[in-house]
Ligand binder design. Structure first.
Ligand code: TPP
Ligand code: MG
Length: 326
């Protein structure tokens, strides 16, 4: 991997980190409007590694936790995301949506709903359409370990495998679903083992290693695009934050496990690597981090100052059978 590519990947990772930091800082304020935020702090290398370098018309179907990092990496601008979080008019749906559900077809972003795992069968359907139309597009579908245990996983992967669809299924195994350790609801250690049941390749990757994630992403996306069919990639990581940033009282993973994974922070690891190979200095790092934090700050400042959509616009963009309501 050449140095420029590594630096560009790192920039995307740092932007995702700056956004997660801001979300955590503003959680209570944002939570009065948006349902979130759930944070993927510490897990950003997965959505970044898979969303980086996709074609503009490739599809991503993000998970509820890492949607913001995936959307930003795919090219969604900061300001409308922040405005959506504050329920303001400048948001992608005039502030009506939950920001982890943002859909933006122009960039191939298909947001989820409140139903975990529903994006898995939708991804299979989108990939079927791409194959049918011979467009060369690939659909990358993200899900948590909990979501990967839902029936949509089995239906979606079976169908995608059967039809050799251009899809990649990415499990963000942060070892916990809400308050339950994944080994309490799943009898196998590696979720990637389930790939064998569909006759497709399954990969286990260190999800906190940006370059490892990116390398696997490239290979599985290449396979999908070349007509070789879907893959299942399990990215091992750890939820180092609570289920929700809104003072969730439920128990998370054991503190010792969290401490161990905090040592494997993806930002620090990539920073150390770039410094070791001599393409980034400590000063460069601080300057870049500062610049990105300022961009994120400006987006949230815009969001706070933005207006609310007027009540008379409530039916704008609302569809009824046959077309727009207004
Ligand atoms: C079908 C369904 N069941 C339950 C929920 C409630 N719920 C929301 S987030 C969550 C935990 C999800 O765990 P996982 O899929 O591992 O993702 P993570 O939050 O760990 O990233 C649950 C159970 C839901 N939204 N949808
Ligand atoms: Mg999980």
């Amino acid at each position: 991997m050449d140095e420029e590519l590594k630096l560009a990947l790192f920039r995307s990772l740092l932007l995702a980190r700056a956004f997660e930091e801001k979300k955590i800082e503003l959680a209570e304020e944002i939570g009065r409007v948006d349902i979130g935020p759930t944070s993927c702090y510490g897990q950003e290398a997965i959505p970044v590694g898979f969303s980086f370098g996709l074609n503009r018309d490739d599809f991503i179907l993000p998970s509820i936790r890492s949607a913001w990092a995936a959307d930003l990496t795919k090219g969604l601008p900061l300001k409308p995301i922040a405005a959506e979080m504050y329920g303001k008019a400048g948001g992608f749906s005039n502030g009506r949506e939950i920001s982890s559900h943002i859909t933006y077809p122009e960039l191939g972003i298909f947001g989820g709903t409140g139903v975990l795992g529903n994006n898995i069968t939708v991804a299979a359907g989108i990939a079927l359409a791409a194959k049918y139309r011979k467009t060369d597009q690939v659909a990358v579908c993200f899900m948590g370990d909990g979501a990967s245990n839902r029936e949509e996983f089995f239906a979606g992967l079976n169908f995608a495998a059967l039809k050799k669809l251009p899809a990649v299924f990415v499990v963000e195994n942060n070892q916990i679903a809400e308050f339950t350790f994944y080994q309490k609801f799943m009898p196998i250690k590696d979720i990637a083992d389930r790939a064998a049941a569909f006759g497709i390749p399954g990969f286990v990757v260190d999800g906190n290693d940006l370059m490892a994630v990116y390398t696997t992403a490239r290979e599985t996306i290449r396979r999908a695009r070349a007509g070789e069919g879907p893959s299942l990639v399990e990215c091992k990581t750890c939820r180092v934050r609570p289920m929700s940033e809104l003072g969730d009282p439920g128990k998370g993973l054991p503190p010792e496990l969290i401490a161990e994974w905090r040592e494997r922070d993806p930002v620090r690891r990539m920073q150390e690597h770039l410094q070791q190979i001599g393409v980034l200095t400590e000063k460069d790092f601080r300057e870049l981090r500062e610049k990105l934090r300022k961009e994120v700050d400006a987006a949230f400042q815009f969001a706070r100052e933005d207006r609310y959509a007027p009540p008379e616009e409530v039916f704008k963009d609302v569809y009824e059978e046959g077309g727009l309501l207004e």
